[in-house]
Design a protein around this ligand. Structure first.
Ligand SMILES: Nc1ncnc2c1ncn2[C@@H]1O[C@H](COP(=O)(O)OP(=O)(O)OP(=O)(O)O)[C@@H](O)[C@H]1O
Length: 612
């Protein structure tokens, strides 16, 4: 019995060493905490179970010993037996209960007056064992508590581990993403690297190109420097040439004027128009003796019957500045007119008038036919176009020009505006001729003035004038032949370089038909018209004769026509008279009359022209 009990401490040695158990538990707990693997859990659980089993076995053995001791005690006393049995039963139950939970120990036996018996010894032992058991139980409870804590810790660790695993998975995913991102960045960097390499290549290429350009630039700069010097030299030369040109221009104008003076300030051209398709009459017998460089003479052979009834050929020869036969073109006529136009731009007054009987070709010569072409257009459009050309050229010499025009007609000695949009609106309007003695120019009051700044304005003005004359012609039979039309051009030029000013004027006149009163057999209004025409032409003749004789007093005021032409016929003027001749034999008498008038004009001398 004692050996068996003595064996108990051997078991209890294990259990009785709380430090060892605690240390083992702590070590196990640490291991568990460190490893947190399922295997460790199992191990820990197994250890706890083994500890439980040992405790149970120790309790069971103690109970058995008590039972056995109790049986032996029954031989002494019944009361003790009962007591022992009851105690043993109670102890057994307690011991059995102890396997389930807390163990209930029997109260210690009452002290014996006799030396302690075996039972008392056993009781002491039992009491000691109980104490040991209580201690063990306490330790066990602590271990259980600790184990539970460990379990909890294990569970927590397991949860944490799972979280870690999740975190690791998340991290893995993140790492995968980051790796992909890194891959992208690496690709991007590789691309950038490639670009950088390309750019480096380009850079070096550009650098070498730039070097080449720099060389070229240096050469170009040298060239520019050289050329700048050349330009400066050229500018100096140009300035020299310009001043020389201006000098030559002055000389040219003087020479041109001298030539005009030598030619005479009143020059007369004669033009014989061709036979028209519509005409079937006989042609007069004209002769155009060939001269070089141009024809100056025209011979007229007529047959006259004397009082004896004898037919006699009469030969008359006229000489003018130039004679144009039936083949002459508008261009031929203008080549001579152009000199006067040039004089006008040079600052002189000019006057070109067409004289001749009705139908002799005055309007054709001055304006051109109704649907004129560049070949057939007359002196007026050609003169204006030439002025445009000359003033355009003069711009290189710093000349600026303004050009304006008026277009009027003189009918029955009254002035009418041909550029007005509505002729009926001017009924009763009295126009006056105003001469500016300072500038030597003439203008008509209250008449429309147009700026002839471009060929279109000129064409429009010519159209309006032609329309207004046509309207008047329908109202009054053959009106156009019954009035003098005057296209007045005024020109003003300034030169800021030389501070020069040029003022010139050009009158282009289509005179009324010059047929004689006796022949026209006019009556009524027509007679009145014819009288006015003859009167004005007669005054023109008188004025020119007065000029021819150098008369002190020339009465320009005698007719509206001569008054209008005062500045154009006076000392400061270049005059060109175009005598238009009909080729018809039936017009011979009028032809002779016109040629006589022209001869008289041609012999007249109109002062010495001077600039305005
Ligand atoms: N050189 C010419 N070449 C061709 N046709 C011409 C020429 N000269 C005049 N004509 C024509 O002769 C006709 C009469 O000419 P125009 O009208 O010019 O005469 P005019 O002297 O002006 O007459 P009016 O005094 O009645 O105005 C017109 O049909 C015109 O086209």
């Amino acid at each position: 019995m004692s050996s068996r009990l003595s064996k108990l401490p051997v078991h209890m040695n294990v259990l009785n060493s709380p430090r060892k158990i605690k240390s083992a538990t702590t070590s196990s707990s640490k291991k568990l905490a460190n490893t947190s693997t399922t295997g460790n859990k199992v191990f820990s659980s197994a250890k706890n179970t083994s500890l439980k089993r040992k405790l149970q076995s120790a309790t069971t053995s103690s109970a058995k010993k008590l039972a056995s001791t109790s049986t032996t005690g029954n031989t002494s006393t019944t009361g003790n037996k009962v007591f022992s049995s009851a105690k043993n039963t109670s102890l057994k139950r307690k011991n059995v209960d102890s396997t389930r939970g807390r163990i209930q120990y029997p109260p210690p036996p009452a002290p014996l007056s006799k030396p302690p018996s075996k039972i008392e010894v056993l009781r002491d032992e039992n009491s000691k064992l109980k104490k040991q058991f209580d201690e063990l139980r306490k330790e066990y409870d602590e271990i259980i508590t600790e184990s539970k804590q460990l379990q909890n810790e294990i569970q927590e660790e397991e949860c944490a581990r799972k979280e870690y695993i999740k975190d690791i998975d998340r991290m893995k995913k993140r790492v995968a993403n980051e790796e992909a991102h890194v891959k992208e960045i690496e690709d991007y960097i590789a691309n950038l690297q490639q670009n950088r390499n390309d750019m480096i290549k380009n850079n070096s290429k550009l650098a070498s190109e730039m070097k080449a350009y720099r060389c070229e630039l240096e050469i170009a700069n040298e060239n520019i420097t050289n050329q700048s010097e050349n330009i400066t030299n050229n500018i100096n030369q140009i300035q020299e040439f310009t001043s020389k040109l201006q000098e030559y221009e002055r000389l040219r104008r003087k020479l041109h004027n001298d030539v005009q003076d030598l030619k005479g300030n009143i020059r007369v051209f004669c033009r014989v128009r061709p036979l028209l398709d519509s005409e079937s009459q006989n042609i007069a017998n004209f002769k155009f003796p060939k001269e070089i460089p141009f024809n100056r003479k025209i011979s007229l052979i007529s047959t006259k019957t004397n009082y004896l009834g004898e037919k006699k050929e009469i030969f008359k020869e006229y000489q003018f500045d130039q004679v144009f036969d039936t083949f002459a073109t508008q261009k031929d006529i203008f080549s001579e007119v152009a000199h006067i136009v040039q004089s006008v731009v040079d600052g002189y007054n000019g006057c070109i008038f067409a004289y001749g009987q009705t139908g002799a070709g005055k309007t054709y010569t001055m304006t051109g036919p109704t649907n004129a072409t560049p070949e057939t257009e007359g002196m007026i459009p050609r003169a204006v176009r030439l002025i445009y050309d000359i003033i355009q050229d003069l711009k290189t010499q710093c000349w600026k020009f303004t050009l304006e025009g008026q277009f009027i007609e003189i009918y029955n000695d009254n002035i009418r505006d041909l550029l007005v949009a509505d002729p009926s609106s001017t009924n009763g309007v009295k126009h006056k001729t105003i001469h500016d003695e300072r500038t030597g120019t003439t203008r008509i009051s209250k008449a429309t003035t147009v700026d002839l700044d471009c060929p279109n304005t000129l064409n429009q003005a010519l159209k309006t004038a032609a329309h207004n004359r046509a309207v008047a012609a329908t109202k009054c039979n053959a009106h156009s032949s019954r009035s003098h039309s005057v296209f007045m051009i005024r020109l003003r030029g300034t030169n800021d370089n030389s501070n020069e000013t040029r003022i010139g004027s050009l009158n282009l006149i289509d005179l009324a038909g010059s047929e004689r009163l006796s022949k026209s057999e006019s009556k009524g209004d027509q007679l009145q018209e014819a009288k006015h025409i003859n009167s004005s032409l007669s005054h023109l003749k008188t004025v020119i004769q007065g000029i021819k004789k150098d008369s002190c007093h020339i009465n320009f005021r005698d007719s509206s026509l001569t008054w209008l032409l005062k500045n154009s016929l006076g000392g400061n003027a270049k005059v060109l008279m175009l005598v238009n001749i009909s080729p018809l034999e039936s017009s011979l008498s009028e032809t002779e009359s016109s040629l006589e008038f022209a001869r008289m004009v041609n012999s007249a001398h109109v002062g010495t022209a001077h600039k305005n």
